[in-house]
Design a protein around this ligand. Structure first.
Ligand SMILES: N[C@@H](CCC(=O)N[C@@H](CS)C(=O)NCC(=O)O)C(=O)O
Length: 254
C-alpha cells in the first residue's frame, strides 16, 4: 500500500474521498472505474496534464512524483493506481471486485500492469501519440527539473525533452514487452468472459484502460480476438462509460 506523508499538508484536512486525476490518464481511469463500481461518492480534482497542472509545488506536495492519480481518503494520501484500487476494494468490500477463488493470481495481474507502466506503456504512448502534446516550455522544464526527485522519471522525460524523441530502440523494447503481455492476456481470456473467469474483478479494471489508450495509439489488436471480445463487453459497463469514456471518449483524438 503506497501511503505517503504529503508536504502540502492542506490535503490532510480533507474529509471523504478526493481523487486527483487526469482525463486521458490510463492510471486515473482504473481508479475512477473502481470508485464507480463501488458506488462511492468522491470529489474530483482534475489535473490537466496538457496544461502541466501537475508541475507545481502544490501538486508535488501531494504526489512526490508529480503523477496522477492520487487518492486522498480522510486526509491520508495514497499514490500508485494499482495500490489505490486494491486499497479501495479492501476498504469498501461491497460489491467485491476481488477474485474469490484466486486472489493471488488477480494481484499478479495488477502487479504486471504496474510493472510494465514505465518500461512499456509510457514510452509507447509518448512516442506514438502524446509526447508532442506534452512538450514543456523552457520555464516548465526548469520547474519540473527543480521539483522532480525521481531519477527514473527524470530519465524518462529527458528522452523527449526539447527537440529529442524516443529512439527506435526505446519503442522496440516497449513493443516487445507489450507483445508478451498481450499474448498472456489473450490466452487468459480464452473461453472466458473476464480475466479471472466468470467474475469481473480488479484485474479487468486494471487492464482495460491500457487497451483503451493503446488502441488510440494505433496498437494493432486484430490478432487478439479474445481481447477484442472482452473490450467490447466492457464498453457496456457503466463504470467504463463513466470512468473512461466520459473523460476520454477516444484516445486517438487527445
Ligand atoms: N505508477 C503510477 C504511474 C502514474 C503515471 O505515470 N501517471 C501518468 C498519467 S497515466 C502521469 O501522471 N504522467 C505525467 C508525467 O509523467 O509527468 C501509477 O500507477 O499511479
Amino acid at each position: 500500500m503506497a501511503v505517503i506523508t504529503p508536504t502540502n499538508t492542506s490535503v490532510q484536512e480533507l474529509n471523504g474521498l478526493h481523487l486527483y486525476h487526469g482525463d486521458m490518464s490510463n492510471c486515473s481511469m482504473r481508479v475512477r472505474m473502481t470508485l464507480i463500481e463501488k458506488g462511492l461518492d468522491w470529489t474530483s480534482h482534475h489535473i490537466d496534464l496538457k496544461k502541466k497542472e501537475n508541475i507545481s509545488e502544490e501538486y508535488f506536495g501531494i504526489n512526490p512524483n508529480g503523477l496522477v492519480p492520487t487518492l486522498v481518503h480522510d486526509g491520508v494520501v495514497h499514490i500508485e493506481s494499482n495500490d489505490i484500487i486494491d486499497y479501495l476494494d479492501n476498504t469498501f468490500p461491497h460489491p467485491s471486485l476481488r477474485a474469490l477463488d484466486n486472489n493471488a493470481e488477480m494481484m499478479e495481474w495488477l502487479h504486471l500492469a504496474a510493472a510494465i507502466h514505465l518500461p512499456a506503456i509510457k514510452p509507447y504512448v509518448y512516442a506514438t501519440k502524446i509526447a508532442k502534446h506534452l512538450k514543456k516550455t523552457r520555464e516548465e522544464q526548469a520547474q519540473y527539473d527543480a521539483l522532480q526527485a525521481n531519477d527514473d522519471l527524470k530519465e524518462f522525460h529527458a528522452k523527449h525533452k526539447g527537440s529529442r524523441q524516443f529512439s527506435d530502440e526505446d519503442v522496440g523494447k516497449a513493443q516487445a514487452i507489450l507483445a508478451e503481455c498481450h499474448v498472456k492476456l489473450e490466452t487468459a481470456l480464452q473461453g472466458q468472459d473476464w480475466i479471472m473467469g466468470e467474475q469481473f474483478t480488479l484485474a479487468d479494471i486494471s487492464w482495460i484502460p491500457l487497451y483503451h489508450v493503446l488502441l488510440g495509439c494505433g496498437y494493432a489488436y486484430d490478432t487478439y480476438p479474445n481481447i477484442q471480445r472482452w473490450a467490447a463487453a466492457l464498453q457496456e459497463k457503466p463504470s467504463f462509460q463513466q470512468g473512461v469514456l466520459k473523460w476520454c471518449p477516444d484516445f486517438s483524438k487527445v
